[in-house]
Design a protein around this ligand. Structure first.
Ligand SMILES: [Ca+2]
Length: 125
């Protein structure tokens, strides 16, 4: 089974865990409905530096992409209370941000994933 199919299967299997989650319905709705796709070229130099640091510091095995575990640690390191979210909701963000469906996140996808959970994460200028 491909990574994507495996993640989707896990999402489906864990959907019933929704009743156990600590996060609020409005938080969840915001995450599910967010449409996030940042054009890197429109970012300021400072924001681009943030995006680069975000990715390089999250790519702990230095293979040029983020797997699911690296992604969750990236969210947590950047102020997302990942422990309050059910697993399926974290998987949702990963799948939504993986625009090229490679099963991993590149730099742009990592930034989009973080902004889904933390819309104010980018430096303002
Ligand atoms: Ca990696």
């Amino acid at each position: 089974m491909s990574k994507i199919l495996r993640v989707i299967a896990i999402v489906a299997a864990s959907a019933s865990a929704a009743s156990l989650m600590a996060s609020t319905n409005s938080q969840i709705a915001a995450i599910l409905e967010a449409e996030v796709q940042v054009d890197f070229n429109t970012l300021t130099a400072n924001q681009q530096a943030f995006a680069r640091f975000l990715f390089t510091s999250a790519d702990t095995n230095r293979n040029g992409s983020l797997d699911f575990d690296e992604y969750v640690r990236m969210l947590a390191k950047n102020g997302v209370d990942t422990a309050s979210y059910p697993l399926w909701l974290l998987q949702w963000g990963f799948i939504k941000a993986d625009y090229d469906k490679s099963g991993t996140l590149n730099g742009g996808e990592a930034l989009d994933a973080l902004l889904r959970y933390k819309p104010d994460a980018l430096p303002p200028y």
